[in-house]
Design a binder for this molecule. Structure first.
Ligand SMILES: Cc1cc2nc3c(=O)[nH]c(=O)nc-3n(C[C@H](O)[C@H](O)[C@H](O)COP(=O)(O)OP(=O)(O)OC[C@H]3O[C@@H](n4cnc5c(N)ncnc54)[C@H](O)[C@@H]3O)c2cc1C
Ligand code: SF4
Length: 509
């Protein structure tokens, strides 16, 4: 009988992942490998590397306990070949295996590497998602615009989540207009569940500290869940303690509350410790039991079966070059403040500090603080994409690239978003308590100490007038600009230029 290797990657840690389902426990050999190439193709946050390696080691133990034969390569094994294809070839030689079963990776780079292997690799579609590639393409085919909202409704119908027969529960598909409240500090608000590292995790933390200690990001304290059991407890805790406020405070930001009502489940979901449907079913149950309001449950489920699935569909539909798109031709390098360099801009400082400490920032911090600033300042989207891919524990290219390149930077020319997500300081002031502690004044539109977002916002709109002036969702902004006094407009643009020059010279801003 031919021996086959079964490849399980670090983000495929689900007992029912396609390659394992296709394999024969009594004859096939599972290969799992910690390799330098995956650990270093971007400078990943040490917490992200530790999460994946510890979860892999725990998963390998579970597989062995379940009767699988597992060949596990540690990063510091002397004969580690350093890459996934290299490790597969080494294991093939060692075992005499002549075929590999794999679940299709979530990144073109690895798909291409496996396709190029001299050993035949049978690639199974990763079906841990609600929507297959075929279904997404069928939905997208022939549409002029790929709007998430319509895709989401299809996913609601398909899963039956929050549906009463063929009608949306409560009568509306989307309760987003209830979800834009600023938050107040609340000492009683619960925090996401944290876990004490066990011996396996401690060993991984030492290894990661040794090998990746120089990367941006604080390794300890490390509090992530690393097993499915722990991730289930984190879900349970979120559903009971935090979900009820998720809708209302989804867009809010507070200096001293890094998580608010967010679930911090994406790291577990994206490596396979939890499945999207089990999370959503749990959330719906809380609503049906009357424990949480409909805007919280619907809002949460929309993120998971709507945005998350939609982003994956876009990534695979658009192909390997998608992360390098640059529709607005933005060429500025990434300012040092993204790596913790000094800045007086409180919102950016806080978002980056939290990113460094937690390998986490919530959606509005990513979109309307770090993303918004990058877009207004004209930062190269590919460089920015590499930053987001590096610094967040949940960052895998299939979900990170469409969020960064598409949603946040409009670098795909409007596939993901019908208009760019840009705002002046007003939005940040309304949704956060950052501005009160800032070196800049959000109320000042020009002059000494004017909030840089206020200046750059108009600079961005002026730079891209040809592209956006006819966009019906942006026409009002251009009318406001055109009605402004000409001298004031000149001052804003000159001050924005001055700010960008300082940024370009590497000065602290
Ligand atoms: C520039 C940028 C980069 C991003 N990069 C990533 C990334 O690398 N990985 C990632 O999982 N998400 C990414 N997101 C989406 C979103 O910010 C994160 O999913 C979310 O912050 C994760 O935290 P949470 O689990 O507390 O989310 P919650 O606020 O609790 O949301 C619940 C779940 O919904 C899903 N979700 C919410 N929004 C999105 C979205 N826009 N796209 C996909 N899934 C979504 C996530 O799985 C998340 O766990 C990015 C967003 C932006 C604007
Ligand atoms: S004033 Fe401007 S730069 Fe400062 S925190 Fe507010 S939005 Fe950010």
């Amino acid at each position: 009988m031919v021996t086959r290797l079964v490849l399980v990657l670090g983000d495929q840690l689900s007992p029912d992942v396609a390659a394992l389902r296709a394999a024969d426990k009594s004859a096939d050999i599972v290969v799992m490998a910690e390799v330098m190439e995956e650990g270093s193709y971007v400078p990943h946050h040490p917490k992200k590397i530790a999460l994946i390696l510890s979860a892999m080691r725990h998963f390998a133990e579970d597989l062995r306990a379940d009767g699988w034969q597992v060949l596990y390569s540690r990063l510091d094994d002397a004969d580690n070949a350093g890459s996934i294809p290299g490790e597969l070839l080494r294991r093939a030689e060692e075992t005499g295996a002549s075929e590999v079963l794999a679940t299709r990776p979530g990144e073109w780079r690895l798909i291409e590497a496996l396709d190029a292997m001299p050993v035949p690799v049978h690639m199974h579609e990763d079906d841990r998602f609600v929507c297959s590639h075929k279904e997404f393409d069928a939905w997208a085919e022939g549409r002029k615009e790929l709007r998430m909202e319509y895709f989401y409704r299809e996913m609601r119908r398909k899963t039956g989540l929050m549906m009463d027969g063929d009608k949306p529960a409560g009568g509306k598909w989307n309760y987003d207009h209830d979800n834009r409240k600023p938050a107040q500090a609340d000492m009683l608000r619960s925090q996401p569940m944290q876990f004490t590292p066990d011996d396996i995790t401690e060993e991984v933390l030492d290894l990661v500290g040794d090998r990746f200690g120089g990367n941006f990001g604080t390794l300890r304290p490390f509090r992530f869940a690393v097993t499915r059991g722990q991730a289930r407890r984190a879900l349970d805790h979120f559903a009971k303690e935090l979900l009820a406020g998720f809708g209302d405070y989804q867009d809010a930001m507070l200096r001293d509350d890094r998580f608010l009502h967010h679930s911090v489940l994406s790291p577990y979901l994206n490596i396979g410790l939890l499945s999207p449907l089990e999370i959503c079913e749990r959330v719906e149950r809380e609503w049906r039991a009357g424990n949480v309001p409909i805007n919280a449950a619907e809002g949460y489920i929309r993120q998971v079966i709507g945005w998350r699935e939609y982003m994956r569909g876009i990534y695979f539909r658009e192909g390997p070059e998608y992360p390098r798109r640059n529709a607005l031709n933005h060429q500025r390098g990434l300012p040092d403040l993204y790596w913790g360099g000094e800045t007086g801009m409180e919102c950016l400082k806080r978002a980056v500090e939290q990113t460094r400490d937690e390998a986490y920032a919530h959606h509005i911090q990513r979109l309307m603080v770090t993303g918004n600033f990058a877009l207004l300042a004209g930062i190269n989207p590919t460089v920015l994409h590499e930053w987001y891919l590096s610094v967040y524990a949940d960052a895998f290219e299939w979900v990170e690239a469409p969020n960064t390149v598409g949603m946040s930077q409009f670098a795909d020319g409007g596939i993901v978003g019908s208009k760019p997500y840009v705002s002046s300081g007003n939005y940040i002031d309304r949704m956060s308590d950052y501005c009160g502690a800032c070196a800049y004044s959000v109320k000042a539109k020009t002059g000494e100490g004017a909030c840089p977002f206020n200046l750059l916002y108009w600079h961005f709109l002026t730079r891209h007038r040809d592209r956006f002036a006819r966009n019906p969702r942006m026409a009002q902004m251009y009318r406001t600009w055109d009605r402004m006094d000409a001298d004031k407009r000149d001052t804003i643009l000159a001050e924005a230029e001055g700010f960008l020059d300082r940024l370009g010279r590497g000065e602290a801003v």
